[in-house]
Design a protein around this ligand. Structure first.
Ligand code: ADP
Ligand code: MG
Length: 341
């Protein structure tokens, strides 16, 4: 096993607009990387190039020292020791759960006894021991996805590629499955690349998050880093909740400011340098002092009320409140900290 390296990888299908442009990634051995971005941004294409289903039109892919692909040559998918799990599960309907899980081993000519042992271990790993003889049609969506996971465990892959594996499941089941993925990752020791357009899922699962938009990599960092210090407006808008404001940011100031240094940024500033600034809702505190705002919307979410607040200049902020707040009410807020994008 070794780290997976993408070096300025591009893919142009000849449609006039490249699907992937100059993506460089480095996934350490045993790492768990989420590839996050809106639909159509090139996530699946990146995964398919890593798996060997597509050849890059530029750049190189390595597993350690091993050159997997470049413009001139590529190692075929079956020689890469990678496993890919799809949104659609892709199980054989006429085979039992155990036969589905054992199929990759059968293809590789692994003997009966070894195969049965591997199948049992893999089914235990996803807690489906009791379902070995069932058919996929008799299982729930979550159970089918676990069969697909078990099937990729049996071959001891170096790299597991997951393309939006939870997209077909409902919200409740998705949270349960996130737990399965974490256990699966810890147990398999494989490097995992998990494609999703759901930022909460990416943050909850991965040790590293790569944010993509329009075929390009915008930022690669830990979930904590990417949440606290997003690079640019696109990442700031994609990750977590918050409002992006235009503020008169003082020249030479740090990228993070706290109240009261921040206070001076609000209000008209002729000739000032306007910057995009991200304000997280939990950093907006209802107070006796601070900015004068009007409550535009208030949504009861159970634990709290989610508010949209309008500043005097028409820009909007997001905030949470423990106590009920009335739409149209004037309140005051202090912004604990803001981040310049
Ligand atoms: P995502 O998985 O992020 O939704 P994709 O990688 O599937 O994005 O697609 C990225 C872009 O490449 C899209 O514009 C898509 O239409 C295009 N694309 C993907 N595969 C092909 C293909 N085989 N031929 C032509 N265009 C493709
Ligand atoms: Mg896709």
């Amino acid at each position: 096993m070794a780290q997976l390296i993408l070096n300025h990888v591009s893919k142009d299908f000849g449609t006039g607009k490249p699907a992937v442009t100059g993506v460089s990634l480095n996934i350490r051995e045993g790492g768990f990387l989420a590839l996050l971005g809106p639909s159509g941004c090139g996530k699946t294409t990146v995964l398919r190039m890593i798996a060997g289903f597509e050849q890059p039109s530029d750049g190189e892919i390595f597993l350690g020292e091993w050159r997997l692909a470049d413009v001139n040559a590529m190692v075929p998918p079956e020689k890469r020791n990678m496993a890919m799990v799809f949104q659609s599960y892709a199980l054989w309907p006429h085979m039992s759960v155990a036969e589905n899980v054992g199929y990759p081993l059968k293809v590789r000519g692994v003997g009966r006894a070894a195969r049965d042992r591997k199948i049992r271990e893999a089914l235990e790993a996803v807690r489906l021991e009791a379902y070995a003889d069932r058919r996929p049609a008799d299982l729930s969506g979550g159970q089918r996805q676990r069969v697909a996971l078990a099937r990729c465990l049996v071959t001891d892959p170096d790299v597991v590629l997951l393309d939006e594996p939870l997209a077909n499941l409902d919200r409740h089941l998705r949270q349960e499955m996130e737990e399965t993925f974490r256990e699966f990752h810890a147990r398999s020791g494989a490097s995992m690349i998990y494609v999703t357009h759901d930022q909460a899922e990416a943050m909850a699962l991965a040790t590293d998050v790569a944010v993509m938009a329009e075929g390009r990599l915008l930022q690669l960092a830990s979930p904590q880093e990417i949440y606290a210090r997003p690079e640019g407006r696109l990442v700031g808008g994609l990750i977590g909740q918050g409002a992006i404001l235009h503020l008169a940011w003082p020249v030479g100031a740090d990228r993070a400011l706290e109240w009261p240094a921040l206070q001076a940024c609000f209000g008209p500033k002729p000739g000032a340098h306007l910057a995009d600034v991200l304000v997280r809702p939990q950093d907006v505190v209802i107070s006796d002092e601070g900015l004068d705002v009007v409550v535009e919307t208030a949504v009861f979410e159970g634990e709290r009320h989610a508010l949209r607040l309008r500043l005097p200049d028409g820009q909007t902020l997001r905030a949470f409140s423990r106590r009920p707040v009335t739409v149209g009410e004037r309140i005051r807020v202090v912004i604990r900290s803001a981040w310049r994008l």
